[in-house]
Design a protein around this ligand. Structure first.
Ligand code: 5GP
Ligand code: ZN
Length: 114
């Protein structure tokens, strides 16, 4: 996908504070952090959102989840707690149409979300 912000970050065309990457996923700090730790985990593959996952992507979702857990550990919030969020579509206010998992932590959060 040529005109996608997160594809460009994954390809290194747009700078980001990358905390982890491998051949499948990239994790980088959110430009507008909502919590002391706020990292986005994305697949390198362009998938618009959660609803656009197709058969064969199951392993990739597991990879994203496992990466999020490893980042929480590395960022020191695994014990205090953290939240993994995937916003999908307008009601959830997804603003970037490339699948991403937010990893949020480092302060007390409330529930339910607004
Ligand atoms: P969404 O609202 O789609 O769930 O989350 C998109 C996230 O991407 C937002 O938290 C926003 O701050 C972040 N974001 C948007 N543009 C950029 C950017 O250019 N760089 C980084 N690092 N994060 C971005
Ligand atoms: Zn993309």
């Amino acid at each position: 996908m040529t005109d996608c912000l997160f594809c460009k970050i994954a390809q290194g065309e747009i700078q980001a504070d990358v905390v982890f990457e491998d051949g499948d996923v990239v994790a980088f700090r959110d430009i507008n952090p909502q919590t002391p730790v706020h990292v986005l985990v994305i697949p390198r593959k362009h998938i618009v959102g959660f609803s656009d996952l197709t058969e064969g992507d199951e392993w990739l979702v597991g990879k994203i989840a496992r990466t999020a857990a490893r980042i929480a550990e590395a960022e020191g919030v695994a014990e205090s707690g953290y939240r993994c969020v995937v916003n999908n579509g307008p009601h959830a206010q997804q603003s970037v149409p490339h699948l991403h998992m937010h990893v949020l932590g480092g302060r007390q959060m409330s529930w339910p979300p607004g």
